[in-house]
Design a protein around this ligand. Structure first.
Ligand code: ADP
Ligand code: TRP
Length: 332
């Protein structure tokens, strides 16, 4: 039997190429060797996205984005978190086994408190219970489906460790392996994709290249990438160039070597390097963009895919939940 991989995708903004290379591509590669369950964590997004039209749009765009990037819904169980009510019952059970102190130690919560203290406002100002208990809902997402591995970015490893702690507490209390203890996997070879200003590409910095930018917008954004003031004739170091780092993501190895040589020889200006980046980026992204537009133009088709995923996921969730309800004495 294949091992199980599970991950959640928070629909808090439109996808950018950092998400594509840092999360989507590695997860799709993993899905070739594992039984994958990938879902849209829409209730996690609700903690921060309070405008209904915005949330609804992000849910559709992110779901369509993964499909356009190559997620095959015949192979991957692909669903919305909100379509699996078992998640929320499991959350309630997990709450009874989660110490408040564990939540106090969560990085995201601690960072929010720290920011309030720095701004000299109430330490809990603007922090809702959804944010505070975020790791419990995430543990429920995970433990419901018995995954062996949970592919995540570095910032999410602590949350997976909390899911391990909670599962172990439950298994210890009921003296059995009621819940499978999962492992986090962080793709080691994934580079941090730089944004337009050279910092990590992130929607919080407003420095992103949207994954489904139009051709025109893509070129415009690439032309805006910050470079140094070296003149055309000067030799340039590809290894310290953010532009070259982006180029490497899209170009094959021959193209990478050829451009590196041109950097070192001098005689190539940044404008030309940007044109070359646009060429390879557009080559990879234009088929994705076309698929994305086709999926977005067929809302009923997208709903049907997500409904099929939910129909496959729910019976699996019910098995875990029933086992735990019985262990707990809630169901006899
Ligand atoms: P953002 O920083 O734009 O808010 P998220 O935190 O929603 O992005 O990230 C979703 C996923 O995409 C995570 O797995 C994260 O590790 C990955 N990711 C985001 N930005 C980058 C980046 N610049 N380089 C590599 N991976 C990234
Ligand atoms: N918290 C994750 C993030 O911000 C998203 C997420 C929700 C998740 N539930 C999950 C990831 C379960 C892995 C497993 O990216």
């Amino acid at each position: 039997m294949k091992k199980i991989a599970l991950t959640g995708i928070k629909p808090t903004g439109i996808l950018h190429i950092g998400n594509y290379f840092g999360a989507i591509k590695p997860a799709l590669r993993l899905a070739e060797d594992y039984d994958a369950r990938y879902f849209i964590a829409d209730y996690h997004a609700l903690n921060t996205v309070k405008d209904p039209q915005t949330l609804a749009a992000h849910i559709r765009e992110v779901a369509a984005g993964w499909l356009a990037a190559g997620l095959n819904p015949e192979k991957v169980i692909f669903y919305r978190q909100s379509s699996i009510p078992e998640t929320f019952e499991l959350t309630t059970i997990l709450m009874a086994f989660t110490s408040k102190g564990l939540m106090n130690r969560a990085h995201a919560y601690k960072a929010a408190v720290q920011e309030n203290i720095q701004n000299q406002v109430d330490p809990d100002g603007g922090i809702n219970m959804g944010l505070f208990t975020y790791p419990v809902l995430m543990a429920a997402d995970i433990l419901l489906f018995n995954p062996d591995v949970v592919p995540v970015g570095k910032d999410q490893v602590q949350h997976v460790e909390m899911a391990q702690d909670i599962a172990q507490g439950i298994n210890f209390n009921y003296k059995g392996e009621i819940l499978k203890v999962p492992q986090a996997v962080v793709q080691a070879d994934v580079a941090v994709v730089p944004g337009l200003d050279g910092r990590k590409m992130s929607k919080s910095y407003g420095n992103t290249i949207p994954l489904f930018a139009s051709e025109k917008q893509l070129r415009k954004l690439i032309m805006r990438i910050v470079t140094n003031s070296q003149a055309v004739e000067e030799p340039k170091d590809p290894e310290t160039s953010q532009l070259y780092l982006l180029y490497k993501l899209f170009a094959d190895s021959e193209e990478q070597d050829a451009l590196a040589t041109r950097y070192r020889e001098g005689g190539m200006g940044w404008g030309e390097a940007k044109e070359e980046l646009f060429r390879v980026a557009n080559r990879e992204l234009s088929p994705l963009r076309n698929r994305f537009e086709a999926i977005m133009a067929d809302p009923a088709g997208l709903d049907a895919i997500l409904a099929q995923g939910a129909a496959q996921a729910r019976p699996l969730a019910q098995i875990t939940l029933t086992r735990l309800r019985r262990a707990a004495g809630i169901e006899t």
